[in-house]
Design a protein around this ligand. Structure first.
Ligand code: FES
Length: 207
């Protein structure tokens, strides 16, 4: 199952083409406001007859992640590309249905988070460092610039390598990654410094 929302259709086009070439069994679920606002709809439907479902939100149709998951065979793979909110909901539904994490693939593109970005301070007692994290700069970058070395890889909130331990947060952690589970987010004891921010004055971390 290929699930795309908005510009998330871009990688899905190539995936669908590859699956067709291989003769695989696949379906494409594509959501956006209306057909008129959605790119490649006609091309997609023409290239993959009977395999594409278009869901127009402005006409009252909705993607329901739990229902989408149940349409995927137990050994099937779900590939998602879309906004972070959809991705989180799908991920949760996938976990709740007891599916294998390796059978859920996703692609992320820059997230604006759920709270507006604002400057905040990050304090690292272990290194005796306090740095400002301005809007437009990640915590990871701010720490690196002040000499605190952190591991990282994807820089997109996917791998979790840049995770830091949160000792105290004076504000709300705006988790913008797709690595931490819902439980880990709720606990608020860690955050991914490459994308996540704090909506507040300060966060104290260990790394
Ligand atoms: S570097 Fe991969 S989640 Fe931050």
């Amino acid at each position: 199952m290929l699930l795309a929302a908005g510009v998330g259709i871009t990688p899905v086009l190539g995936l669908a083409r590859a699956l067709r070439t291989r003769g695989s069994d696949y379906r494409v679920l594509y959501t956006g406001r209306t057909r008129e606002h959605m790119a490649f709809t006609r091309e997609l439907e023409a290239a993959h007859p009977d395999r594409v479902t278009v869901v127009e939100s402005a006409r009252g149709a909705r993607i329901r992640p739990a229902e989408v998951v149940t349409t995927v065979p137990r050994d099937g793979v779900l590939y998602v590309c879309g906004p972070m909110g959809l991705l989180k909901d799908v991920r949760q539904a996938w976990q709740q249905d007891g599916r294998s994490p390796t059978n859920l693939r996703f692609e992320t593109f820059g997230t604006s988070g759920s709270l507006p970005a604002q400057p905040y301070r990050v304090e690292v007692p272990r290194h005796g460092v306090t740095v400002e994290v301005p809007v437009g700069t990640s915590m990871l970058d701010a720490l690196q610039a002040s000499g605190v070395d952190l591991m990282y890889d994807c820089l997109r909130g996917e791998c979790g390598l840049c995770r830091v331990r949160v000792l105290e947060a004076d504000g709300t952690i705006d988790h913008r990654d797709v690595f931490l589970s819902s439980r880990q987010r709720d606990e608020g004891r860690q955050m991914c410094g490459c994308v996540s921010r704090v909506a507040g004055a300060k966060v104290t971390i260990d790394c």
